[in-house]
Design a protein around this ligand. Sequence first.
Ligand code: MRU
Length: 393
Amino acid sequence: MPTKAKIQLMFLVLLQPLLEIFRIEVLYNLFQIKIPKLRERTMPATIEWAGGIGGHVRMIDQTKLPTELEIIDCKTIEEIWDAIKQLKVRGAPAIGIAAGMGVVVGIKDSAAQDFESFEKEVHQASDYLATSRPTAVNLFWALERMKRVAAASSELQIPEIKERLLKEAIDILEEDKRLCRRIGEAGAALLADGQGVLTHCNAGGLATGEYGTALAVIFMAHEQGKKLKVYADETRPLLQGARLTSWELMQAGVDCTLICDSAAAEVMKEGRVQAVVVGADRIAANGDVANKIGTYMLSILAKEHDIPFYVAAPHSTFDLNIASGDDIPIEERPSEEITEGFGRRTAPEGVKTYSPAFDVTPAKYIKAIITDRGVLYPPYEEKIRRVIGAAQE
Ligand code: MRU
Protein backbone atom coordinates (compact mmCIF):
# COMPACT_ATOMS: atom_id res chain seq x y z
CA MET A 1 0.00 0.00 0.00
CA PRO A 2 1.44 3.47 -0.84
CA THR A 3 2.54 5.55 2.18
CA LYS A 4 -0.12 8.22 1.56
CA ALA A 5 -2.91 5.60 1.67
CA LYS A 6 -1.41 4.09 4.83
CA ILE A 7 -1.43 7.50 6.55
CA GLN A 8 -5.06 8.08 5.46
CA LEU A 9 -6.05 4.66 6.79
CA MET A 10 -4.31 5.27 10.13
CA PHE A 11 -6.00 8.67 10.36
CA LEU A 12 -9.40 7.07 9.79
CA VAL A 13 -8.78 4.34 12.36
CA LEU A 14 -7.78 6.92 14.97
CA LEU A 15 -10.69 9.19 14.09
CA GLN A 16 -13.35 6.48 14.16
CA PRO A 17 -14.08 6.51 17.93
CA LEU A 18 -14.37 10.32 17.88
CA LEU A 19 -16.76 10.18 14.93
CA GLU A 20 -18.80 7.59 16.81
CA ILE A 21 -19.15 9.83 19.86
CA PHE A 22 -19.97 12.81 17.63
CA ARG A 23 -22.65 10.82 15.82
CA ILE A 24 -24.29 9.80 19.12
CA GLU A 25 -24.21 13.41 20.38
CA VAL A 26 -25.80 14.67 17.15
CA LEU A 27 -28.56 12.06 17.40
CA TYR A 28 -29.25 12.91 21.03
CA ASN A 29 -29.40 16.62 20.17
CA LEU A 30 -31.60 16.01 17.15
CA PHE A 31 -34.22 14.24 19.25
CA GLN A 32 -33.57 16.53 22.23
CA ILE A 33 -32.71 13.63 24.50
CA LYS A 34 -30.80 14.63 27.63
CA ILE A 35 -27.47 12.84 27.38
CA PRO A 36 -27.29 10.55 30.41
CA LYS A 37 -24.20 10.76 32.58
CA LEU A 38 -21.63 8.01 32.29
CA ARG A 39 -22.68 6.40 35.57
CA GLU A 40 -26.32 6.10 34.53
CA ARG A 41 -25.35 4.72 31.14
CA THR A 42 -22.94 2.05 32.25
CA MET A 43 -23.68 1.05 35.86
CA PRO A 44 -26.25 -1.58 36.80
CA ALA A 45 -28.55 -0.69 39.68
CA THR A 46 -26.99 -0.86 43.15
CA ILE A 47 -30.14 -2.64 44.29
CA GLU A 48 -33.51 -3.30 42.67
CA TRP A 49 -36.55 -5.52 42.80
CA ALA A 50 -36.73 -8.04 39.96
CA GLY A 51 -40.18 -9.17 38.83
CA GLY A 52 -43.58 -8.87 40.50
CA ILE A 53 -44.68 -10.10 43.93
CA GLY A 54 -43.12 -13.48 43.19
CA GLY A 55 -39.80 -11.76 42.43
CA HIS A 56 -36.63 -11.16 44.38
CA VAL A 57 -33.89 -8.66 45.17
CA ARG A 58 -31.07 -8.08 42.72
CA MET A 59 -27.97 -6.17 43.75
CA ILE A 60 -24.34 -5.50 42.98
CA ASP A 61 -22.15 -7.62 45.26
CA GLN A 62 -19.99 -4.78 46.56
CA THR A 63 -17.49 -7.10 48.21
CA LYS A 64 -16.28 -8.03 44.70
CA LEU A 65 -15.64 -4.50 43.50
CA PRO A 66 -13.60 -3.08 41.90
CA THR A 67 -12.20 -6.16 40.21
CA GLU A 68 -15.53 -7.85 39.44
CA LEU A 69 -18.90 -6.26 38.78
CA GLU A 70 -21.04 -9.17 39.89
CA ILE A 71 -24.82 -9.02 40.17
CA ILE A 72 -26.42 -11.36 42.69
CA ASP A 73 -30.00 -12.46 43.21
CA CYS A 74 -31.25 -12.75 46.80
CA LYS A 75 -34.32 -14.96 46.92
CA THR A 76 -34.61 -15.65 50.64
CA ILE A 77 -34.70 -13.39 53.66
CA GLU A 78 -31.60 -15.14 54.99
CA GLU A 79 -29.71 -14.18 51.84
CA ILE A 80 -30.75 -10.55 52.30
CA TRP A 81 -29.72 -10.62 55.97
CA ASP A 82 -26.38 -12.08 54.98
CA ALA A 83 -25.89 -9.55 52.15
CA ILE A 84 -26.38 -6.71 54.65
CA LYS A 85 -24.15 -8.33 57.29
CA GLN A 86 -21.36 -9.13 54.81
CA LEU A 87 -21.56 -5.65 53.25
CA LYS A 88 -22.56 -6.96 49.83
CA VAL A 89 -25.05 -4.14 50.11
CA ARG A 90 -23.94 -1.33 52.38
CA GLY A 91 -24.24 2.36 53.11
CA ALA A 92 -27.11 3.57 55.27
CA PRO A 93 -29.74 4.35 52.59
CA ALA A 94 -28.97 1.18 50.57
CA ILE A 95 -29.25 -0.90 53.75
CA GLY A 96 -32.69 0.66 54.35
CA ILE A 97 -33.77 -0.21 50.81
CA ALA A 98 -32.51 -3.78 51.21
CA ALA A 99 -34.39 -4.10 54.51
CA GLY A 100 -37.68 -2.92 52.99
CA MET A 101 -37.32 -5.37 50.13
CA GLY A 102 -36.15 -8.04 52.57
CA VAL A 103 -39.49 -7.87 54.37
CA VAL A 104 -41.25 -8.54 51.06
CA VAL A 105 -38.99 -11.50 50.36
CA GLY A 106 -39.80 -12.76 53.86
CA ILE A 107 -43.60 -12.66 53.46
CA LYS A 108 -44.27 -13.05 49.74
CA ASP A 109 -44.87 -16.81 50.05
CA SER A 110 -46.79 -16.56 53.32
CA ALA A 111 -49.71 -18.95 53.57
CA ALA A 112 -51.33 -16.96 56.39
CA GLN A 113 -55.13 -17.00 56.19
CA ASP A 114 -55.98 -14.06 58.43
CA PHE A 115 -54.62 -10.56 58.97
CA GLU A 116 -53.31 -11.16 62.50
CA SER A 117 -51.16 -14.12 61.51
CA PHE A 118 -49.93 -12.29 58.42
CA GLU A 119 -49.01 -9.17 60.38
CA LYS A 120 -47.16 -11.38 62.85
CA GLU A 121 -45.06 -12.70 59.96
CA VAL A 122 -44.29 -9.16 58.81
CA HIS A 123 -43.07 -8.39 62.33
CA GLN A 124 -41.00 -11.57 62.47
CA ALA A 125 -39.32 -10.74 59.15
CA SER A 126 -38.69 -7.21 60.31
CA ASP A 127 -37.28 -8.25 63.72
CA TYR A 128 -34.95 -10.68 62.02
CA LEU A 129 -33.61 -8.11 59.54
CA ALA A 130 -33.18 -5.62 62.39
CA THR A 131 -30.46 -7.86 63.82
CA SER A 132 -28.22 -7.58 60.74
CA ARG A 133 -26.43 -4.28 61.49
CA PRO A 134 -27.11 -1.88 64.37
CA THR A 135 -25.82 1.59 63.44
CA ALA A 136 -27.47 2.81 60.22
CA VAL A 137 -30.86 4.09 61.32
CA ASN A 138 -32.20 3.82 57.77
CA LEU A 139 -32.52 0.08 58.36
CA PHE A 140 -34.92 0.58 61.28
CA TRP A 141 -36.66 3.50 59.58
CA ALA A 142 -37.45 1.33 56.53
CA LEU A 143 -38.64 -1.58 58.70
CA GLU A 144 -40.95 0.78 60.60
CA ARG A 145 -42.41 1.98 57.30
CA MET A 146 -43.09 -1.59 56.22
CA LYS A 147 -44.76 -2.43 59.54
CA ARG A 148 -46.88 0.73 59.36
CA VAL A 149 -48.12 -0.20 55.89
CA ALA A 150 -49.04 -3.68 57.09
CA ALA A 151 -50.82 -2.28 60.15
CA ALA A 152 -52.87 0.08 57.99
CA SER A 153 -53.98 -2.70 55.64
CA SER A 154 -56.19 -4.80 57.91
CA GLU A 155 -59.17 -4.28 55.61
CA LEU A 156 -57.42 -5.83 52.61
CA GLN A 157 -57.03 -9.40 51.43
CA ILE A 158 -53.57 -10.93 52.10
CA PRO A 159 -52.51 -10.91 48.40
CA GLU A 160 -53.37 -7.20 48.27
CA ILE A 161 -51.34 -6.48 51.40
CA LYS A 162 -48.38 -8.26 49.84
CA GLU A 163 -48.69 -6.00 46.78
CA ARG A 164 -48.87 -2.92 49.02
CA LEU A 165 -45.75 -3.97 50.87
CA LEU A 166 -43.91 -4.47 47.59
CA LYS A 167 -45.02 -1.03 46.43
CA GLU A 168 -43.77 0.49 49.69
CA ALA A 169 -40.35 -1.17 49.32
CA ILE A 170 -40.02 0.10 45.76
CA ASP A 171 -41.18 3.56 46.87
CA ILE A 172 -38.37 3.61 49.45
CA LEU A 173 -35.89 2.99 46.63
CA GLU A 174 -37.39 5.53 44.23
CA GLU A 175 -37.73 8.17 46.94
CA ASP A 176 -34.11 7.69 47.92
CA LYS A 177 -33.01 8.39 44.35
CA ARG A 178 -34.89 11.70 44.46
CA LEU A 179 -33.57 12.62 47.91
CA CYS A 180 -30.00 12.04 46.76
CA ARG A 181 -30.50 14.35 43.77
CA ARG A 182 -31.82 17.03 46.10
CA ILE A 183 -28.84 16.61 48.43
CA GLY A 184 -26.57 17.11 45.43
CA GLU A 185 -28.44 20.22 44.36
CA ALA A 186 -28.40 21.67 47.88
CA GLY A 187 -24.73 20.96 48.50
CA ALA A 188 -23.04 21.68 45.18
CA ALA A 189 -22.99 25.42 45.86
CA LEU A 190 -20.73 24.81 48.86
CA LEU A 191 -17.93 23.59 46.59
CA ALA A 192 -16.02 26.00 44.36
CA ASP A 193 -14.24 25.42 41.08
CA GLY A 194 -10.69 24.20 41.57
CA GLN A 195 -11.11 23.03 45.17
CA GLY A 196 -9.62 19.93 46.73
CA VAL A 197 -12.31 17.85 48.49
CA LEU A 198 -11.64 15.00 50.88
CA THR A 199 -14.17 12.22 51.41
CA HIS A 200 -14.20 9.11 53.57
CA CYS A 201 -15.69 5.64 53.09
CA ASN A 202 -18.25 5.42 50.27
CA ALA A 203 -21.29 7.67 50.28
CA GLY A 204 -21.96 7.35 46.56
CA GLY A 205 -24.45 5.64 44.29
CA LEU A 206 -23.36 2.30 45.69
CA ALA A 207 -24.41 3.35 49.20
CA THR A 208 -27.83 4.60 48.11
CA GLY A 209 -30.56 3.99 45.54
CA GLU A 210 -28.53 6.05 43.09
CA TYR A 211 -26.17 9.04 43.01
CA GLY A 212 -25.17 9.10 46.68
CA THR A 213 -25.07 11.66 49.48
CA ALA A 214 -21.55 13.05 49.97
CA LEU A 215 -20.70 12.00 46.42
CA ALA A 216 -23.97 13.50 45.14
CA VAL A 217 -22.61 16.89 46.22
CA ILE A 218 -19.40 16.18 44.31
CA PHE A 219 -21.16 14.70 41.25
CA MET A 220 -23.50 17.68 41.04
CA ALA A 221 -20.67 20.23 41.36
CA HIS A 222 -18.83 18.26 38.67
CA GLU A 223 -21.91 18.26 36.42
CA GLN A 224 -22.07 22.04 36.90
CA GLY A 225 -18.62 22.23 35.37
CA LYS A 226 -16.57 22.75 38.54
CA LYS A 227 -13.21 21.08 38.38
CA LEU A 228 -12.68 19.40 41.73
CA LYS A 229 -9.76 17.37 42.91
CA VAL A 230 -11.18 14.67 45.17
CA TYR A 231 -9.05 12.86 47.74
CA ALA A 232 -10.60 9.52 48.67
CA ASP A 233 -9.49 7.97 51.97
CA GLU A 234 -8.90 4.27 51.45
CA THR A 235 -11.02 3.60 54.60
CA ARG A 236 -9.55 0.80 56.65
CA PRO A 237 -10.23 -2.02 57.17
CA LEU A 238 -12.71 -2.87 54.39
CA LEU A 239 -11.44 -0.26 51.92
CA GLN A 240 -14.76 1.18 50.82
CA GLY A 241 -12.92 4.35 49.77
CA ALA A 242 -10.30 2.52 47.72
CA ARG A 243 -12.57 -0.12 46.24
CA LEU A 244 -15.81 1.79 45.78
CA THR A 245 -15.41 5.57 45.98
CA SER A 246 -12.42 5.85 43.70
CA TRP A 247 -14.13 3.44 41.29
CA GLU A 248 -17.33 5.49 41.23
CA LEU A 249 -15.52 8.80 40.86
CA MET A 250 -13.40 7.49 38.02
CA GLN A 251 -16.50 6.14 36.24
CA ALA A 252 -18.01 9.62 36.45
CA GLY A 253 -14.85 11.29 35.19
CA VAL A 254 -14.15 13.12 38.47
CA ASP A 255 -10.48 13.71 39.24
CA CYS A 256 -9.77 11.32 42.10
CA THR A 257 -6.66 10.65 44.16
CA LEU A 258 -6.60 7.75 46.59
CA ILE A 259 -4.80 8.30 49.90
CA CYS A 260 -4.13 6.16 52.97
CA ASP A 261 -6.36 7.14 55.89
CA SER A 262 -3.29 8.15 57.84
CA ALA A 263 -2.21 10.60 55.10
CA ALA A 264 -5.17 12.94 55.70
CA ALA A 265 -3.36 15.26 58.14
CA GLU A 266 -0.39 15.70 55.84
CA VAL A 267 -2.61 16.21 52.78
CA MET A 268 -4.49 18.93 54.67
CA LYS A 269 -1.29 20.55 55.94
CA GLU A 270 0.01 20.73 52.37
CA GLY A 271 -3.06 22.86 51.53
CA ARG A 272 -4.56 20.37 49.13
CA VAL A 273 -8.00 20.20 50.77
CA GLN A 274 -10.52 23.07 50.93
CA ALA A 275 -13.54 21.02 52.04
CA VAL A 276 -14.35 17.66 53.62
CA VAL A 277 -17.66 16.00 52.69
CA VAL A 278 -18.78 12.74 54.28
CA GLY A 279 -22.00 10.74 54.61
CA ALA A 280 -23.75 9.57 57.78
CA ASP A 281 -25.22 6.40 59.24
CA ARG A 282 -27.23 8.08 61.96
CA ILE A 283 -27.63 11.70 63.03
CA ALA A 284 -28.87 12.39 66.55
CA ALA A 285 -31.36 15.14 67.42
CA ASN A 286 -28.51 17.47 68.47
CA GLY A 287 -26.58 17.05 65.18
CA ASP A 288 -23.96 14.53 66.37
CA VAL A 289 -23.14 12.24 63.45
CA ALA A 290 -22.23 8.55 63.39
CA ASN A 291 -20.30 7.62 60.26
CA LYS A 292 -17.56 5.21 59.19
CA ILE A 293 -14.72 4.82 61.67
CA GLY A 294 -12.15 7.54 61.04
CA THR A 295 -14.69 10.30 60.36
CA TYR A 296 -14.36 11.80 63.85
CA MET A 297 -10.59 11.97 63.44
CA LEU A 298 -11.04 13.82 60.13
CA SER A 299 -13.38 16.35 61.71
CA ILE A 300 -10.74 17.27 64.29
CA LEU A 301 -8.09 17.53 61.59
CA ALA A 302 -10.39 19.74 59.52
CA LYS A 303 -10.93 22.03 62.49
CA GLU A 304 -7.21 22.29 63.16
CA HIS A 305 -6.59 23.21 59.51
CA ASP A 306 -9.57 25.55 59.27
CA ILE A 307 -11.26 23.46 56.58
CA PRO A 308 -15.08 23.28 56.45
CA PHE A 309 -16.37 19.84 57.40
CA TYR A 310 -19.71 18.93 55.79
CA VAL A 311 -22.02 15.97 56.36
CA ALA A 312 -24.52 14.99 53.64
CA ALA A 313 -27.54 12.82 54.49
CA PRO A 314 -31.21 12.33 53.65
CA HIS A 315 -33.90 12.92 56.30
CA SER A 316 -34.17 9.13 56.68
CA THR A 317 -30.74 9.12 58.36
CA PHE A 318 -31.82 11.34 61.26
CA ASP A 319 -32.89 9.70 64.49
CA LEU A 320 -34.92 12.22 66.44
CA ASN A 321 -35.46 9.68 69.22
CA ILE A 322 -31.80 9.88 70.13
CA ALA A 323 -30.76 13.02 71.97
CA SER A 324 -27.02 12.86 71.30
CA GLY A 325 -24.37 10.72 69.66
CA ASP A 326 -23.67 9.03 73.02
CA ASP A 327 -26.80 6.95 72.49
CA ILE A 328 -25.99 5.73 68.98
CA PRO A 329 -25.22 1.98 68.96
CA ILE A 330 -21.82 1.39 67.38
CA GLU A 331 -21.32 -1.84 65.46
CA GLU A 332 -18.26 -3.94 66.23
CA ARG A 333 -16.89 -5.97 63.34
CA PRO A 334 -15.16 -9.37 63.50
CA SER A 335 -11.43 -9.46 64.12
CA GLU A 336 -10.65 -11.24 60.80
CA GLU A 337 -11.47 -8.03 58.98
CA ILE A 338 -8.36 -6.43 60.47
CA THR A 339 -6.13 -9.47 60.94
CA GLU A 340 -6.67 -11.17 57.59
CA GLY A 341 -8.75 -8.81 55.49
CA PHE A 342 -9.10 -9.89 51.87
CA GLY A 343 -7.62 -13.31 52.57
CA ARG A 344 -4.05 -12.54 53.67
CA ARG A 345 -3.03 -12.70 57.32
CA THR A 346 -1.46 -9.41 58.38
CA ALA A 347 -1.41 -9.82 62.19
CA PRO A 348 -0.20 -12.63 64.47
CA GLU A 349 -2.64 -15.48 65.25
CA GLY A 350 -4.43 -14.83 68.52
CA VAL A 351 -3.81 -11.08 68.67
CA LYS A 352 -6.56 -9.20 70.52
CA THR A 353 -8.56 -6.80 68.34
CA TYR A 354 -11.13 -4.07 68.77
CA SER A 355 -12.91 -3.00 65.60
CA PRO A 356 -15.67 -0.40 65.95
CA ALA A 357 -17.10 0.16 62.47
CA PHE A 358 -18.30 3.70 63.19
CA ASP A 359 -17.49 6.71 65.33
CA VAL A 360 -19.41 9.79 66.35
CA THR A 361 -18.44 13.27 65.21
CA PRO A 362 -19.72 15.89 67.65
CA ALA A 363 -22.00 18.51 66.09
CA LYS A 364 -19.56 21.27 67.10
CA TYR A 365 -17.09 20.14 64.41
CA ILE A 366 -19.65 20.15 61.61
CA LYS A 367 -19.85 23.31 59.51
CA ALA A 368 -23.17 22.28 57.89
CA ILE A 369 -25.42 19.27 57.31
CA ILE A 370 -26.54 18.98 53.70
CA THR A 371 -29.97 17.37 53.46
CA ASP A 372 -32.71 16.83 50.90
CA ARG A 373 -34.50 19.68 52.72
CA GLY A 374 -31.66 22.14 52.26
CA VAL A 375 -28.44 22.96 54.11
CA LEU A 376 -28.67 23.14 57.90
CA TYR A 377 -26.21 25.31 59.82
CA PRO A 378 -25.49 25.31 63.57
CA PRO A 379 -27.01 25.49 66.07
CA TYR A 380 -28.68 22.34 64.82
CA GLU A 381 -31.11 21.16 67.43
CA GLU A 382 -34.08 23.41 66.68
CA LYS A 383 -33.57 23.18 62.88
CA ILE A 384 -33.33 19.41 62.93
CA ARG A 385 -36.51 19.17 64.99
CA ARG A 386 -38.39 21.57 62.71
CA VAL A 387 -37.09 20.71 59.21
CA ILE A 388 -36.32 17.04 59.58
CA GLY A 389 -39.22 16.42 61.97
CA ALA A 390 -41.61 17.76 59.31
CA ALA A 391 -39.96 15.66 56.57
CA GLN A 392 -40.26 12.49 58.64
CA GLU A 393 -43.96 12.94 59.41
O1 MRU B 1 -19.91 -0.04 56.77
P1 MRU B 1 -20.52 0.72 55.62
O2 MRU B 1 -19.75 0.57 54.36
O3 MRU B 1 -21.97 0.40 55.46
O4 MRU B 1 -20.42 2.23 56.05
C1 MRU B 1 -20.96 3.20 55.22
C2 MRU B 1 -20.72 4.58 55.68
O5 MRU B 1 -20.16 4.82 56.71
C3 MRU B 1 -21.27 5.68 54.81
O6 MRU B 1 -20.49 6.82 54.93
C4 MRU B 1 -22.68 6.02 55.27
O7 MRU B 1 -23.49 4.89 55.39
C5 MRU B 1 -23.32 6.98 54.38
S1 MRU B 1 -23.86 6.24 52.89
C6 MRU B 1 -24.62 7.38 51.93
